[in-house]
Design a protein around this ligand. Structure first.
Ligand code: C5P
Length: 308
């Protein structure tokens, strides 16, 4: 479907043409409502089954066509070279398309907390692929972009698809899931962050993996109570051992009466599934008001799942 202001109908998230040679893109965060580790691979990665949902907390990328690829972050402090996934994605696309001259001056406004399991870096990388594809008029298909995305990071391909998906493999094999209504969440990001590799290094691969059928059915029906009952994340156990404060965030949220609460991805952010936007606002306000001393730096957001 083509929408006014969108220059590339094959991508899900709007690409706004800000001028003849510049674009603005919104890169959303994601939540993992289910995450099971089903095996460990010879290359060190883990085989996953996970249900991911994009939510309305966004980084913004502004791309202006240039010969070189460069990155500026606001606020400053993040890496702006090859250790930033934006630059990695740009380099992968330039090489794959055989267009070393296709560059951009990229300004990244960072709002999604890092080291939180929210996929912000991966989403920025996906937006970079989409943006350079549009800016360079390369007309690469989503399938071609997804192959590049997988070489940048396990979560990147998800951000090229509709906003709810069942992901397998390392997380890069993405199957869109139908959804019937939006879900409302409270999101809490504790001051402590967690590194993905470290959390995976401590995970125990279960003899009998949990199945995600119940959660998938709950998301399809759009019933927040059923979603709350079926939440699961295998990475909670190692993350809670590495950062006990994350468990306390989860327990504090649960005590405020949502349908359920769980850490997202490899943490450290925790979300609560709420019955309505009004309930999410109530729980977020109560969480803020009653914080013990080690929770005063927690950042609290009210977010909603994106619709296709
Ligand atoms: O793919 P990505 O670069 O995001 O992964 C970061 C790290 O997380 C990997 O180097 C690996 O240690 C771990 N990981 C994993 N299994 C996955 C995804 C990530 O072990 N499916």
């Amino acid at each position: 479907m083509s929408r006014p202001g969108c220059s590339d109908p094959s991508t899900v998230y709007p690409v706004i043409r800000a001028g003849a040679d510049s674009l603005i893109l919104a890169a959303p965060a994601k939540l993992n409502l289910f995450l099971e580790v089903v095996g460990k691979r010879d290359d060190g990665y883990h085989e996953l089954e996970t249900l991911m949902v994009a939510v309305d907390l966004f980084d913004t990328l502004e791309l202006r066509a240039e010969k070189e690829l460069s990155l500026r972050c606001e606020p400053p402090g993040l890496p702006t070279g090859a250790d930033n996934l934006v630059i990695r994605a740009g380099e992968v696309l330039r090489a794959a398309a055989g267009r070393p001259d296709l560059g951009a001056a990229i300004r990244l406004t960072k709002r999604i907390p890092t080291r939180a399991g929210l996929g912000g870096g991966s989403s920025d990388a996906a937006a970079t692929l989409v943006g350079l594809n549009a800016l360079g008029k390369l007309a690469l298909t989503n399938k071609e972009l997804a192959a590049m995305a997988a070489s940048v990071g396990s979560d990147v391909a998800f951000f090229l698809t509709p906003p709810v998906a069942w992901c397998t493999g390392r997380g890069e094999v993405v199957s869109p899931e139908p959804v019937s209504r939006v879900l409302d969440f409270v999101l809490v990001c504790p001051a402590v962050g967690l590194g993905t590799a470290e959390v995976y290094a401590h995970v125990r691969v279960p003899a009998v993996p949990r199945r995600g059928d119940e959660l998938r059915a709950a998301v399809r029906s759009g019933d927040p109570e059923a979603v709350g009952r079926a939440l699961f994340n295998r990475l909670e156990e190692p993350a809670f051992a590495l950062a006990p404060q994350v468990r306390r965030v989860r327990d504090r949220l649960l005590a405020l009466g949502p349908c359920g609460a769980q850490m997202t991805g490899s943490g450290s952010a925790v979300f609560a599934v709420c019955r309505s936007r009004a309930e999410a606002v109530r729980i977020a306000t109560a969480y803020h008001a009653a914080g013990p001393p080690d929770h005063t730096d927690d950042r609290v957001f009210v977010v909603r799942s994106l619709t296709p």
